[in-house]
Write a protein that binds this ligand. Structure first.
Ligand code: ADP
Ligand code: MG
Length: 454
């Protein structure tokens, strides 16, 4: 049976491609779409096996491509011969099967056949940069090649794993690590922890990108006294949607605020949450891996998968950013406030979190103080978490109101504002455990990372 194809190609070239498709054997052109709504309607109705798209088709973006994929539609990208920008946008959308509009009918037939069989879809994750016609991979590799491979420590070992003394074999790929800082409702200190962990890691010589993906109450910018109108995560996801996100574009919207610390600030207004779609955020996080060795993400508390409440699976979901950040994480930190209410929320939250991530989170009890739980608060909190959530040895951050209030007022991190404070010491230790780098060994290979945006 012939493969049902639709076109979503800009007006200037659509007729030529349609004519070629008409001569391609095994292909039945069922619709020449006028706009994206038309394309999505026919594809989600299950009437097309393959869509042929061009990067300049009006309104086409990463989300639309994602919707086509979710509908099981194979995608072939077409571009003007030699126009690299069009190829690059398609590539960034994860469209790996591409043809020039001048290709012969047999080539179109072959490409349509290949994607409809899902061959291209299973070859690699959407953002792999191994496309046949685009030199983006080479470009990025050149940018990030600093000859300093990083072998991630096993985050689940009790003891931090030191970086190897001798360079690992060339086959050991450098990978940036994503740490998502989550916590249940009630302001347990997610942002304080994310901001200060990122700052401490940067001070240890680990190039770090801090991402504010809290779609309810973004506040990283405030903690660091950054301008509200900093472009940040909304601009980055917009670039990802339009297919124009590369490491340089990302660097431009994620300024370096202190040496080694770049910040992608959050939404200035919570009602803009639909701007952060999960597939675009995932693409941004993938690019962040080119910009730093550690990515720290601050997220909101709710974990419900609200698409189950709605039949419209293409609609943006309020908690998509949190779920995407948790899904992308190599390590999840679950932080709770160490008072009776906060601990109960943390215990329940850990249970909920188990439905979302497969690895064990690192558990942090924050604001530990005797006035809330009685004498020997560290021990009491640890025992409670062991007993009710099976958590052994949670990290403990003491309540340190003077230091935290002062830092927030000054818009500075603890390391700058209250370097000797108890809270800072606890967070610095956590950063050392997470990265496997201690202050004494900081001149290790992390420090030789060259900022690719420079
Ligand atoms: N260890 C701590 N000691 C004292 N105050 C803290 C501590 N951690 C966080 N706070 C305070 O708690 C409040 C909420 O912290 P924040 O990180 O913004 O919470 P969340 O991001 O979880 O909503 C802030 O005023 C912050 O200064
Ligand atoms: Mg917060």
């Amino acid at each position: 049976m012939a493969t049902a194809a639709v076109t979503a190609i800009s007006a200037a070239h659509e007729a030529a491609v349609a004519a070629t498709l008409g001569r391609a054997s095994g292909v039945r052109l069922v619709r020449r779409c006028a706009d994206v709504a038309d394309l999505l309607a026919i594809c989600t109705a299950g009437r097309a096996d393959v869509a042929l798209v061009s990067a300049d088709f009006h309104g086409l973006d990463r989300s639309a491509i994602g919707t086509l994929r979710d509908a099981g539609v194979g995608i072939v990208g077409v571009h003007q011969p030699g126009v690299e920008d069009e190829q690059r946008v398609l590539q960034q959308w994860g469209v790996r099967t591409q043809l020039p509009i001048t290709a012969v009918p047999a080539d179109f037939a072959q490409a349509v056949q290949a994607v409809s069989e899902g061959a291209a879809a299973t070859a690699a994750p959407p953002d792999a940069t191994d496309g046949p016609t685009v030199s983006l991979e080479a470009e990025l590799a050149a940018l990030s090649d600093d000859g300093a491979p990083y072998v991630p420590a096993n985050p689940w070992l009790e003891q931090p794993v030191a970086l190897p003394a001798s360079p690992p074999p060339a086959a050991a790929q450098e990978t940036a690590k994503i740490v998502t800082v989550w916590g249940p409702a009630g302001a347990p200190g997610r942002t304080v922890l994310a901001v200060n962990l990122a700052a401490e890691a940067a001070r240890l010589g680990v190039p770090t990108v801090l991402v504010d993906a809290d779609t309810y109450a973004a506040s990283v910018a405030q903690h660091l006294a950054l301008l509200d109108e900093a472009p940040g995560v909304a601009a980055a996801t917009r670039l990802a949607d339009s297919g124009h996100l590369d490491v340089r574009a990302l660097a431009a919207v994620a300024p370096e605020v202190t040496p080694g610390l770049r910040v992608l600030s959050g939404l200035p207004r919570a009602d803009r949450w639909p701007e952060i779609r999960d597939d675009a955020l995932e693409a941004v996080l993938e690019q962040c891996r080119q910009l730093g060795r550690l990515i720290v993400i601050d997220v909101a508390a709710p974990l419900e998968q609200d698409e189950e409440l709605s039949y419209d699976t293409t609609a943006p979901r309020r908690n998509a950013a949190t779920l995407a950040a948790l899904g992308a994480a190599d390590t999840v930190i679950a932080v709770g406030s160490a008072d009776p209410v906060g601990l109960q929320r943390l215990v329940r939250g850990l249970d909920e979190l188990r439905g979302v991530i497969s690895e064990q989170p690192w558990v942090v009890a924050n604001r530990v103080r005797s006035s809330a739980v009685g004498s020997s608060p560290e021990q009491r909190v640890s025992e409670a978490l062991q007993r009710f959530a099976g958590v052994s040895s949670p990290a403990i951050i003491p309540d340190d109101r003077a230091a935290l209030d002062g830092a927030l007022l000054a818009g500075r991190v603890l390391a700058e504002h209250a370097a000797g404070s108890a809270a800072r010491k606890a967070i610095a230790q956590l950063a050392a455990d997470l990265t496997g780098v201690s202050a004494a060994t900081r001149r290790g290979r992390w420090g030789r990372h060259r900022d690719p945006a420079r």
